[in-house]
Write a protein that binds this ligand. Structure first.
Ligand code: HEM
Length: 125
């Protein structure tokens, strides 16, 4: 199995865990089950850190074109906003509903952007 396929599969597996835990968290509501909430956050951190490591490695081995840099920036921004909105949504005090909606919608954009990044880098060294 090539490392590209392995990397994409691992990130995909992290996203599957994040989404499954996220849907259960929404279903259970507050107070969120601790184990599920922790797994959701850990998988999110693992996915983001691993994605950044892949991008860093590829960036060192070949120069990035403007379009590639743009999609990487968009992806990282989407992930940051998703994580921040998730953090705000999980607070005990009442928060504007927009944060919850951001956290319900942005994960799909983040997954799509991540897929574009990983696909774009496939076979590049
Ligand atoms: C890559 C990062 C993340 C992704 C892709 C993600 C994705 C999701 C998804 C898809 C849901 C289900 C939304 C729905 O019901 O439609 C969800 C729920 C949730 N996430 Fe995340 N999440 C991420 C990071 C985080 C982080 C870092 C936190 C907290 C610090 C967090 C807290 C929550 C909470 C509290 C819910 C339940 C919201 C509710 O009550 O409906 N998420 N997440």
């Amino acid at each position: 199995m090539s490392s590209d396929v392995f990397n994409a599969g691992l990130i995909g597996a992290f996203y599957v865990i994040i989404f499954i835990c996220g849907f259960f968290l929404s279903r259970y509501g507050k107070p969120y089950p601790m184990a599920l909430f922790t797994l959701h956050k850990l998988a999110a951190v693992a996915a983001v850190v691993y994605l950044i490591l892949i991008i860093r490695r590829l960036h060192h081995s070949s120069a990035l074109m403007t379009g590639e840099s743009m999609i990487i920036i968009v992806t990282v921004l989407l992930l940051i906003i998703t994580i921040v909105s998730g953090g705000l949504t999980s607070l005990d005090k009442p928060m504007p509903a927009c944060f919850l909606w951001m956290h319900k919608l942005l994960p799909y954009a983040a997954v799509a952007a991540t897929a574009v990044v990983l696909y774009g880098f496939m076979g590049k060294r």
